[in-house]
Ligand binder design. Structure first.
Ligand code: ACO
Length: 334
């Protein structure tokens, strides 16, 4: 269980944004040795969205936050902290949180970015929970946003078909009613996984140079098979453990909200928990793997469709580069 302060941290509003441009599997068929059938059956992806070349990650984050504020009926000046999970910040620095703060005129907010790849949203959410539980912050926005098209090698069929661009956001507020909000979390890292999934260029180890560009070091590299194997075990274990640790049965869980990297990983996770697929949030078919965006966009879309109700237990689970992985149990508050 979380070491609770005077309050629980409850999600009180959600928002999401997907770029309009749709990239179908057929698009890749036209110039790569791949097929709609291979992509669909091996990953579950049918299409994904791509942001315009001249627009950055913060563009999508701002749109998701605007939706969230509208839903909650508040202005940006009420926000006191913005945390952004992303691996595709607008630039190395300033942080995307700073860019968003300026763009939106969030004059009473401070903020920062968190880099945990596909676990970026979960790690950011758990960080935000600390500020809310202790009572020091009243309205905290947590964003998961990635423009994966900016770091995908469009000539590499192993990776480019997987990713999409998107942003999702949630608002966290304190609640004195401790039966709602973020209940528990299991978060893990294992640097041994770094060799299987990384982007080597552009940091202090390999600063940008002609050589790093020629060697395609500014793109995602993934040993898909190894990551697949580790993700199935990692995500399934923490999803199951958080349910059992909190004395919940699969019947009591309303939704599993898994990171959307591969439909086969999602299915394995649901099977391990004994949860049927109709209780699993899935949007990988429409948007691909949007990295930090997958979990908050799922939650927001399902909420907007009226599928989430007060009192629902939901389990959020992720696995990504690092390795980073984990699960968070939430009792839905509105
Ligand atoms: N079209 C056709 N064939 C392909 C394609 C493609 N797009 N991509 C790979 N193949 C081929 C391979 O070259 C290989 O051919 P070979 O047998 O002749 O060598 C064959 O298909 C099988 O390749 P695998 O890599 O074994 O395919 P697999 O079934 O494992 O699927 C995938 C690949 C989808 C990448 C899968 O491994 C996966 O989902 N991995 C985990 C992804 C993940 O969870 N990532 C973590 C989050 S991402 C992040 O943190 C940024």
């Amino acid at each position: 269980m979380l070491n609770k302060g005077p309050f629980n941290a409850a999600i009180t509003a959600v928002g999401h944004y997907f770029p309009e441009r749709i990239i179908s599997n057929k698009y890749f068929e036209e110039y790569l040795d791949t097929s709609d059938e291979w992509i669909k059956t091996r990953t579950g992806i049918i299409e994904r969205r791509r942001l315009d070349k001249d627009k950055p990650t913060s563009f999508m984050a701002v749109k998701a936050i605007e939706m969230l504020l509208k839903n909650r009926g508040i202005g940006i000046e009420e926000i006191d902290l913005i945390i952004v999970g992303t691996v595709t910040p607008d630039m190395i620095y300033p942080s995307t949180a700073c860019v968003i703060q300026k763009e939106m005129g969030a004059k009473n907010a401070w903020g920062f970015d968190i880099l945990a790849a596909c676990s970026g949203f979960l790690f950011s959410l758990m960080t935000a929970v600390q500020f809310v539980q202790c009572g020091s912050h009243k309205k905290v926005i947590v964003v998961g946003a990635d423009k994966m098209s900016a770091i995908s090698n469009m000539e590499d069929r192993n990776t480019c078909i997987l990713f999409g661009d998107a942003a999702g956001a949630v608002l966290l507020e304190p609640t004195e009613d401790k039966s709602y909000g973020v209940v528990d979390a299991i978060l893990k890292i294992d640097g041994e996984g770094g060799k299987n999934l990384h982007q080597l260029g552009g940091g202090s180890l390999n600063p940008a140079s002609h050589e790093t560009v020629e060697k395609r070091m500014h793109y995602v590299y993934q040993d898909g098979k190894s990551v697949f194997k580790d993700a199935v075990k990692g995500m399934a274990d923490v999803s199951y453990d958080i349910m059992v640790n909190n004395n919940l049965s699969s019947e009591q869980i309303s939704f599993l909200v898994p990171h959307q990297a591969n439909l086969r990983i999602i299915t394995a996770c649901a099977e391990r928990m004994g949860i049927s697929m109709d209780k699993v949030m899935v949007n990988i078919n429409k948007y691909g793997n949007t990295t930090s965006g997958t979990i908050p966009t799922c939650i927001s879309e399902y909420w907007h469709e009226g599928k989430l109700k007060k009192g629902d237990y939901i389990v959020l689970s992720s696995f990504g580069a690092g390795y980073t992985w984990g699960s968070i149990l939430v009792r839905w508050a509105y």
